[in-house]
Design a protein around this ligand. Structure first.
Ligand code: ADP
Length: 329
């Protein structure tokens, strides 16, 4: 956490890294709260790419009309290798200074916050982060913008799959997003009544999953659903299906949900979270706080230093998985 004492007049807002439903609601909150407080708000196109290419434009109240319900991000998002190098960051800062941007709101994930932290450390550009990622894997915040929508999108798909699984007495393996994080898998698994949940970090084994399926069959269950996070190898569900087939002769159908989990209209919970966090980010800058992320602890908004956010790892709640296992038996 840091303080700065410059009176800010013009702020920039950008979305960066993976997109998430609710980012638009966050942009809207930053712009409308900023303007209501007498600030000028500029939008930066596609995150650090637009910062380096000087795609920095003023945003007005009217530009925010009709976006609260839209998924994706109207500012676009992107990944910039150039920004990870000192020369790239220097270019970006030259553009920010030329546009007279006094402070920034960064809506993104871990990587985006590392970039934001560097802007403060190296150039004293004040930045406040707002966590936007469907993965919910940001240390320091119970919830991230987009997670609730992604979980509900996946759950809707799983409910449909359950109908067909039950009709045909089938075993299904559903792969959800999460390369390094098991949050979507654990939440969807518990809410969807899955027999087994595979997170990216090897929390369980195929043998244990087979035991759970067999226990279910022994007490009359005719269909089962396993949930797996994609982990480091998207398509992991096919490997699991192969192993189960080889070990038991059971035929497992695979369904990979993929990018549909990134899109769609944000849920009420995500719109509310995004609106509150966007507003809190502007308030923090107005008070001279920076190098922080706005997070949640329960229902409460908190401020967490970016250094702590980016240096720590948020762990999947294993208790949810144990409970899902217990309830599915
Ligand atoms: P996310 O923000 O969703 O985690 P990424 O990890 O892809 O997404 O990060 C988004 C962008 O942030 C990267 O393309 C890069 O430009 C910038 N970034 C990531 N790590 C760093 C770093 N250590 N230093 C400076 N910029 C970084």
């Amino acid at each position: 956490m840091a303080n700065f004492d410059k009176k800010i007049k013009r702020i920039g807002v950008y979305t960066s890294g993976g997109d998430a439903p609710g980012m638009n609601a966050a942009i809207r909150a930053v712009v409308r709260v900023g303007i209501a407080q007498g600030l000028e708000v500029y939008g930066i196109h596609a995150g650090y790419i637009g910062m380096i290419d000087n795609q920095i434009h003023p945003l007005q109240l009217g530009d925010m009309a009709n976006i609260i319900q839209r998924g994706g991000t109207i500012l676009k998002t992107g990944r910039s290798l150039e920004f990870t190098k000192p020369e790239g960051r220097q270019k970006a800062v030259n553009n920010l200074l030329a546009s007279k941007i006094d402070a920034l709101v960064c809506i993104g994930g871990d990587g985006s916050f590392r970039g934001a932290h560097a802007l403060w450390e190296e150039f004293k550009i004040p930045v406040v982060g707002v966590p936007g990622t469907i993965d919910n894997d940001i240390y320091g915040s119970d919830k991230t913008i987009g997670f609730d929508t992604a979980v509900n999108t996946a759950l809707e798909a799983i409910d449909r799959i359950r109908d067909t699984a039950a009709s045909h007495d089938r075993l299904f393996i559903v792969e959800v997003m999460g390369r390094n994080s098991g949050f979507i898998a654990s939440h969807v698994g518990l809410a969807g009544g899955a027999e087994e949940i595979f997170t990216p970090d090897g929390n369980t084994t195929v043998d244990k999953a087979i035991d759970h399926i067999k226990e279910g069959i022994a007490r009359g269950k005719s269909s089962s659903i396993l949930i797996t996070a994609e982990g480091q190898k998207p398509g992991r569900a096919y490997d699991l299906a192969d192993s189960i087939r080889k070990k038991t002769g059971m035929d497992a159908k695979v369904s990979i949900l993929g990018h549909q989990q990134r899109g769609g209209s944000p849920t009420a919970a995500d719109r509310i979270l995004a609106s509150r966090m966007g507003a809190a980010a502007v308030d923090a800058l107005q008070k001279g706080y920076c190098d922080i992320m706005i997070g949640t602890e329960g229902e409460r908004l908190i401020q967490v230093p970016l250094d702590i956010v980016t240096k720590n790892e948020k762990k999947t709640q294993m208790d949810l998985i144990s409970l899902a296992n217990l309830l599915a038996t």
